[in-house]
Design a protein around this ligand. Structure first.
Ligand SMILES: Cc1cc2nc3c(=O)[nH]c(=O)nc-3n(C[C@H](O)[C@H](O)[C@H](O)COP(=O)(O)OP(=O)(O)OC[C@H]3O[C@@H](n4cnc5c(N)ncnc54)[C@H](O)[C@@H]3O)c2cc1C
Ligand code: FES
Length: 265
């Protein structure tokens, strides 16, 4: 039985909200207390005003929580009515955000090197982890996948965080390798798995399943950040169930980051 969620509702103000790729926006909110509380890999649940019929908040990961500036950086894809309304929130707009949500990444003790594999809009929690690895002086390599070049995000930010991106892959071949980023990740783990102590992945579930299997073959610890529909975000509704080897677990409390070996893919 998970302990009660420490999440609570915080006021927040939109600082900026602008497109960074096709249908992908970078949102910065100011919410000083929450920014100080968030750990890499956790999530926030934002209320988007403007539709009285829509009571649910939107669960979103973050790319950075800056405790000093009191801001939280979120990258989100516009996929439906809620995120479309979010994309129309202008700087200065105010709303509320619930958090911190769930638990984040657990970098293994003594980790010498990490492999980060991300696809689509799975970049933010992985970028946040990359910045934490850099802070701890742990080297890492990154594989990024996207549907096409115009939906590719994060390359410059990963490089700025201190590590070269070893592989870019796009489904349509418009940037980098034509195919999935899992190919590079599988190759790295097969050839030099011994050099890695940790694999972290976030993106489409089939991608994460392949990464998890490759990490298991190489004998490297792997964590995956899973997305589920979330109605409450703090353990009260059971909409976010993930099937694990020890039963169903709520992604909002026991995740969103799971030990990949525990997940029934
Ligand atoms: C822990 C967590 C972290 C997330 N982090 C990010 C992030 O950093 N950036 C980002 O762009 N998105 C993220 N998501 C997904 C995001 O919450 C959904 O895209 C969003 O709720 C869709 O809202 P909507 O009203 O625009 O779409 P809707 O109109 O409700 O749905 C549009 C489409 O999105 C799918 N969808 C709706 N809600 C979710 C959900 N919770 N998870 C997966 N698919 C969903 C629907 O099945 C449908 O296909 C995260 C989800 C979770 C659970
Ligand atoms: S979203 Fe309600 S229990 Fe997880």
């Amino acid at each position: 039985m998970p302990t009660p969620s420490p999440a609570r509702v915080h006021e927040c103000t939109v600082v900026k909200n602008e497109p960074i790729a096709q249908d992908i926006f970078a949102l910065r909110i100011a919410s000083p207390e929450l920014a100080r509380m968030l750990e890499p890999g956790q999530f926030v649940d934002i209320a988007v005003p403007g539709n009285a019929m829509s009571l649910l908040r939107i669960p979103l990961s973050f790319a950075e929580a800056d405790a000093e500036a009191g801001t939280i950086d979120i990258w989100y894809a516009v996929v439906g009515e809620g995120t479309e309304r979010l994309s129309r929130m202008e700087p200065g707009a105010t709303t509320t955000v619930l958090g911190p949500g769930g638990h984040g990444w657990t970098i293994p003790e003594g980790c010498r090197r990490a492999l980060l594999v991300t696809g689509g809009i799975g970049v933010p929690p992985i970028l946040c982890l990359a910045r934490e690895l850099a802070r701890r002086n742990i080297p890492y390599t990154v594989c990024i996948g996207a549907a096409s070049a115009d939906r590719l995000v994060g390359e410059a930010e990963f490089e700025a965080a201190g590590s070269p991106v070893i592989s870019i892959a796009t489904d349509d071949g418009s940037a980098g390798y034509h195919g999935f980023c899992t190919a590079a990740a599988e190759q790295v783990l097969e050839i030099e798995g011994d050099n890695f102590d940790y694999v972290a992945t976030c993106g489409p579930e089939p991608m994460m399943a392949k990464v998890a299997a490759a990490a298991e073959r190489a004998g490297v610890a792997c964590e995956a950040s899973l997305e589920r529909m979330m109605s409450c975000g703090f353990g009260a509704c059971a909409t976010c169930a993930v099937e694990t080897k020890s039963g169903m677990k709520g992604a909002c409390m026991c995740g969103p980051v799971f030990d990949a070996k525990e997940v029934v893919w």
